[in-house]
Structure formats: C-alpha cells, structure tokens
Write a protein that binds this ligand. Structure first.
Ligand code: ZN
Length: 482
C-alpha cells in the first residue's frame, strides 16, 4: 500500500518565545506557577484594558525569519482571530492574518544522506491561550475543568511550512532542525514536553504520480519528536486504508494518542473554519526599517548548516560527526572551546562522541554543564600526545577529572599515572614476567605467536597499565627471540 500512495505533509509549528514578559502586557512568561498568578487585566481580556506590544517579540520574529530565509514584511499588522473557547478570555486571539511578519522562506533538511529544501509559507506572531485543567485525565472523563490563564498572552511564533514533506521521517527531521535553529538563536527553549514547541500536522494521501492533493486531516497534540513521525505514519496508513476500502477521508481535526499510538477524530470540518479575521484596532501596524533588518542580519549567530560546513572544512570531521556535534549549540561551542585551548579537533571529537558523551548522558547534563571543562580536556589530550600517559590511562584520568574537577596533570601526578617510558624499568618487569610464565613462553617459542598477547597483558598488569605498550611489545619480542 505504501508504494501505491504518497503522503503529503505540511506542518504548523508553534513556538513560545523566551521573552521575560508576555506579548501585550508586563506579566511574567515563566512556566508553571500557582494557577492564575501570572495575570493582569490585559491578558485576562478585561474590558477597557489596552495591549502594548513587547518589542522583543518583533526582534525575535525577525531573527527567526532571517534564519529561515524569509522575506521580512516591513509593514505588517495584527488581526483578531475570532473564536470561542474557555481558555481564551477575549473570545478572539490577537494574531496576524494577511500581512504576517515573515513570508516565503525555506529550511534545508537532511534525510538518509540527502538534502531536501522545505518551503516556509509564513511566520506570524500571536498570543498563546490559557490551559484547561481537567478534574479527570481527559476532558471527556472529567466532571469539571478549571482554567489557568498563566499561559495566556505568552508570545508565540507560528511557523507554517509548505506541503513539501513526504514522510514521517522527513517531518521529524524538519522539526528537529527547526528546533535546533530556534535554540541557536536563543529565542525559544524548544521543549516539546513542556509545550514550548508544539506541532500540528496536516496530512493527506494521494495516488503516487497524481498531482491533486487528497483531503487532509489536521492532527494536533503531538508533543515529542518520535510522536511526530509515528502520528504521521499512522495517519497516512489510516487514510490509505479508508481509500482502499472504498471509503471517504473527511476533512477533520484529529488528536494523537501517544499511549495507544493512534490518531482519533475530534471534530469534522465542513469547510475551512471562518474566524472572521479583522484588523486589531487596539494596536498600530508594525513598521520595520531596512536598518533594523540589516542590524539583525549582522547579529545572527553562526547557524547549524554553516557550523557543519566549517567543522568539515576546518576541522576535517566527517559529515555524520559534524551533524551530531552541531545539533546543539552548546555541544558545538564545547568543541570550539577545546580546540581553542590547543587540542586537535579530530581527537576532541572522538572523546566527545565517546567517553565524555557517555558521562554527560548518564548524568543527564549538556556539554555546557560538563564537569570536565574544555581546558581540562585539552590538557589531557596534550598529555597523551606528549606520551606522559597512554590512551588507556587517559580513560581513567577523564573519570577522575569528572569526579574531582581537577586538571589532568594534577591527577596524573597525584595518582602516579605517568607512563613508564624508561627502558630499564620496563625491562625489569618483562624479565620477571618471562620468568614467572614458563608455559606461555614455551608456547610462543614453539610457534604459537598468539601467546605473546598474554605476556603483554601480564606486563601491563604488573605496571598497573603505565608501561608504554609499544615498548612492552618491542622488549618482549627481543627477549623471547634471544
Ligand atoms: Zn498580563
């Protein structure tokens, strides 16, 4: 069935902006808090309260628009989107309609080693709604629900893609990349589980090779990256099944049930919702100067794609490693800082992707919170390069560095881990091991070359891992072949 039908997906991503105060009032945007404590007459929509636009929101929207290659509309405005729901006290949402702040951008994603360009239709600014708190686990099994308006008026950007995505995997890659860019720009924390990044998926299927779009459904309530992929895959399969059975796909809003792994119908739409948009009379249109846009462009940080290109060209890293190391700005910054402290980039990348990643993940930290600082990692790498410690000892040193916060040189001194490169000292141990292990020695001399591995192991053990392995090998060969 999957080869007969093609899936067409467009995504609407809502991201909360990390401003200190709400979009039209001075209330805090902080997540959580006791119910209805982050509120005032403006965000409660009380009659006569007048909104004042938070300039930071416009600044952040311009940044996001530029990073997503959009045209910034120098004249844009707010509109009222009229609908009734208890979490929206004004009975309209202040949003943008025909003149949004950004239009016509794109985002390049990588799926299975191929780059694909996904069009961005528009980005607009709007206010978030409040939250219903049900007495039961869902609205349908609750006797009552309370409304918490703390989230009402938190600034949102809605980023709408073209229907260019063709699979759940592409949609997941798109949201992942988008989230990474928002985090690089430092405009949103992108936490899907806290709802600061939310995704609605418009999904339809059509016979492969046909042009006309099928009827689409909108799936809401997807709150994880894997959820996006699974919800789309399920929904596409469901629609294909309906068509195969001779049925009709209805235009409707559906919800993703993560526990059951299925989408469920919420409400049917006979036509597009009529929100009776009209210009917001309480706010003046937004006028953005050429200078403001230039200034914002100049101040954009290096974005993931540029960083990947630099890691490949300047550091000689592979595409895969560069992609992993740039997914988060903090991780990429750690690599840059360690290289700046004098270490070789390829070696740093190996430690970051290996032992250090393991410790960071086990402790639920990010590279910015690593207990081994970039300077200390660079210091340890320099000890390996100078031959002071072996790579094997370094694996112990890095754990001690993590636990104590001390630098590698101090740890090596304190714990007596300096590599033994003194021929005389190693010779002593080699002779002793040969004397104590007559059987393996005889095996080796009898032609079993593998027996030397055991003897090398014994020497390393005797030296507590400190003997230079190359010298051990060389000296063993010398004495055994005498
Ligand atoms: Zn307020």
């Amino acid at each position: 069935m999957s080869s007969k039908y093609e899936t067409v997906i467009g995504l609407e991503v809502h991201t909360e902006l990390k401003t200190n105060s709400k979009i039209f009032c001075g209330c805090t945007t902080e997540f959580g808090g006791s119910q209805n404590t982050h509120v005032c007459p403006v965000c409660l929509g009380l009659p006569g309260a007048m909104p004042v636009l938070n300039k930071k929101v416009v600044e952040y929207a311009i940044k996001v628009g530029l990073a997503l290659n959009c045209e910034i509309l120098q004249f844009n405005k707010f509109d009222r989107k009229n609908y009734y729901y208890p979490d929206l006290p004004k009975n309209y949402q202040t949003s943008q309609y025909d003149l949004p702040i950004c239009l016509n951008g794109y985002l390049d994603i990588e799926v299975e080693g191929e780059t694909k360009r996904i069009g961005i239709t528009r980005i607009h600014m709007e206010e978030d709604a409040g939250k219903l708190v049900h007495s039961g686990s869902t609205i349908s099994d609750s006797n009552s629900s309370n409304v918490d308006y703390n989230r009402t008026g938190v600034p949102l950007l809605e980023i709408v893609s073209e229907p260019d995505l063709r699979s759940g995997a592409e949609a997941k890659a798109y949201v992942e990349k988008l989230r990474s860019i928002l985090q690089y720009l430092d405009v949103s924390d992108g936490r899907m589980e806290e709802g600061s990044l939310r995704c609605d998926a418009n999904v339809s299927v059509r016979l492969r090779g046909t042009e006309k779009f099928g009827t689409r459904t909108e799936t809401k309530n997807v709150n994880s990256l894997t959820g996006i992929q699974k919800a789309i895959e399920y929904e596409a399969l469901r629609q294909a099944q309906v068509l195969e059975d001779g049925g009709t796909v209805y235009q409707e809003t559906r919800t993703w049930d993560d526990a059951q792994g299925i989408t469920l119908a919420m409400r049917k739409k006979d036509a597009e919702d009529d929100y009776r948009y009209f210009p917001e009379p309480d706010l003046v249109p937004i006028v953005i100067s050429e200078e403001e846009i230039d200034e914002a462009r100049k101040n954009l940080p290096e974005l993931p794609d540029a960083k990947i290109a630099r890691f490949i060209s300047d550091y000689g890293l592979s595409v895969t490693d560069s992609t992993i190391l740039t997914a988060s700005r903090k991780t990429a910054d750690y690599l840059d800082a360690t290289v700046k402290a004098g270490a070789d980039a390829k070696t740093v990348s190996n430690w970051m992707l290996g032992d250090l990643s393991k410790m960071i993940n086990e402790n639920g930290l990010t590279f910015a919170e690593s207990k081994v600082s970039p300077e200390n990692l660079a210091g340890m790498i320099s000890l390996i390069e100078k031959g002071t410690i072996s790579g094997k000892i370094a694996k112990k040193v890095i754990i001690s560095m993590w636990e104590s916060g001390k630098d590698a040189e101090t740890i090596v001194k304190e714990e007596g881990l300096v590599q033994i490169t003194d021929t005389g000292a190693i010779e002593e141990i080699v002779k002793q091991v040969i004397a104590n292990n007559p059987q393996p020695v005889a095996d080796f001399k009898g032609g079993n070359g593998k027996a030397i591995g055991f003897l090398v192991g014994q020497v390393m053990k005797e030296s507590k891992g400190r003997a230079n392995p190359g010298m051990v090998n060389e000296l063993l060969q010398k004495f055994l072949n005498d």
